[in-house]
Design a protein around this ligand. Structure first.
Ligand code: GAP
Length: 451
């Protein structure tokens, strides 16, 4: 099987401008990454598709963009101050800290079970381990000029918080009726004990979250629908292979403190099958907790039935960086063209960071260059991310575009001057067709849509 290693993905990401280590010239900082020119285009495409599917194509989901720092009472009521923890264990000699469940190789947060399992284990440095204990992952800072306890605030650990606190605002301003949802894309922060596996587990992450507010009697059906949404989005919208995905249901000791049920879509990452996208039944945990702590009535009156209830929440939550890692891994292919090995990113054209590359066959022939420049300018106006590439011979240019997943390469040659045509090369088949430049935008439009 042609699966890439994590090293393949890390190296491609750096070499081609998808992802860089943050503050790299200072040695970086564990768990923090910067996105380069192609990484931004790719994540923007992922976010746009997600936003379109939820907010633009439906009339029951509304967007919000909450602040990263909120009143800390929010995080007390949500249970994060007390319960947003991971089990941690310390090397008794080096005092390095590790995720206890990862060292034990199990999916549980139960301390007694972890303690038993870790008795026989040593730290990665070969030293005895202490007793596992819980570690709160919320990052803290202060607001105002004095660094005192009363000024302490948290960087949000999930975007969901401001969705719950805006429930009333959005219900009222958008005249929303249950069932309805609120969607948000934004940064969240987690002081992960062991950030690892490149951008898989980071300390500053971006989430795409949607909370759907429902009548509790509909919980099973709605939960199943949002599970299906996650799977279908990955396979149909992003073109991820079904064989790369699987389901994982959270056991009792694995679920977050707010979840009554949780199913993850697992993706077969280079380090193995791991969580990509979570669907959670949060019951009325959040609205009831916030109602109690804030003193505001967050119940809902169904005007038709006259029934009053606190809505349940079905949550759909996925990390943008993790989604990018999944699409890169799924698309990464090694094959050969005319006997020559190549790396090609078989990204769905819908998400490819660059849609089209334009080249003159020879860069020292002004008539080819100026004709190619005209086509480039015209396509750029319509397709946005169109690249000009005249570096090296044509074979090298194709390899370079293959590696970043550019679906189509257009070359202007001497025949172009004679009959106003260009060649269009398909990334996946490496086959070329010749088309008249008047038909070019329409042909590309169709190909980018169809694929
Ligand atoms: N509001 C629910 C929530 O935050 P979660 O399972 O903790 O649930 C949701 O996170 C998604 O966010 C995960 O499925 C994953 O895609 C992403 N995610 C969580 N922690 C992450 C981390 N440390 N680094 C990168 N992505 C992360």
């Amino acid at each position: 099987m042609n699966r890439p290693t994590m090293e393949d993905i890390v190296s491609l990401s750096k070499r081609r401008g998808f992802v860089f280590q943050s503050s790299e010239i200072y040695g970086g900082l564990a768990g923090f990454f910067d996105y380069g020119p192609l990484g931004i285009e790719l994540t923007n495409n992922l976010k746009r598709l997600w936003w379109d599917s939820l907010v633009h194509y439906r009339d029951d989901i509304f967007g919000v963009d909450g602040a990263i720092i909120q009143n800390p009472l929010l995080w007390q009521a949500s249970g994060h101050v007390a319960g947003f923890t991971d089990p941690m264990v310390e090397d008794t000699v080096t005092h390095k800290r590790y995720r206890a469940d990862q060292l034990a190789g199990v999916d549980t947060t139960d301390l007694a079970e972890l303690s038993k399992l870790l008795k026989e284990k040593k730290s990665p440095d070969g030293n005895p381990l202490g007793e596992p204990r819980y570690f709160n992952m919320m990052m803290q800072t202060w607001v105002g000029p004095v660094q005192e306890e009363a000024a302490k605030v948290y960087l949000r650990p999930e975007t969901a918080g401001s969705i719950f606190t805006n429930f009333l605002n959005i219900k009222e301003t958008m005249r929303a009726k249950v069932p309805f949802g609120i969607a948000q894309i934004g940064k969240a922060f987690r002081n992960e004990i062991s950030p690892r596996d490149f951008i898989f587990r980071v300390r500053e992450l971006e989430q795409m979250e949607m909370q759907y507010f429902i009548n509790p009697k509909d919980q099973q059906e709605v939960y199943d629908n949002w599970r299906a949404f996650a799977w279908n989005f990955l396979t149909e919208r992003l073109g991820i292979k079904e064989s790369s995905l699987s389901w994982h249901e959270h056991g009792e000791t694995e679920r977050a403190h707010y979840a009554k049920a949780a199913h993850d879509v697992y993706f077969n990452f280079p380090q193995g099958p791991k969580e990509l996208w979570g669907t959670h039944n949060r019951s009325d945990f959040d609205l009831s907790s916030h109602a109690k702590a804030s003193g505001k009535d967050l119940s809902y009156l169904d005007e038709q039935s006259g029934e009053r209830f606190t809505p349940y929440v079905i949550e759909s939550s996925v990390g943008v960086g993790r989604m990018l890692l999944a699409v890169l891994t799924d698309a990464f292919t090694r094959d050969s063209v005319a006997g020559e090995e190549r790396i090609v990113l078989k990204l769905h054209p819908r998400i490819a960071p660059v849609k089209v590359a334009v080249s003159p066959l020879l860069k020292n022939k002004p008539e080819l260059v100026s004709f190619a420049r005209e086509i480039y300018a015209q396509l750029k106006r319509e397709f946005g991310m169109v690249l000009w590439d005249d570096n090296g011979n044509i074979g090298k240019r194709y390899r370079r575009q293959d590696e970043i997943g550019t679906p189509f390469c257009i070359t202007v040659d001497f025949e172009s001057l004679a009959n106003q045509s260009v060649t269009v090369r398909d990334r996946d088949t490496a086959k070329q067709i010749r088309i008249n430049i008047d038909d070019l935008p329409q042909t590309l439009r169709q190909k980018l849509e169809q694929n």
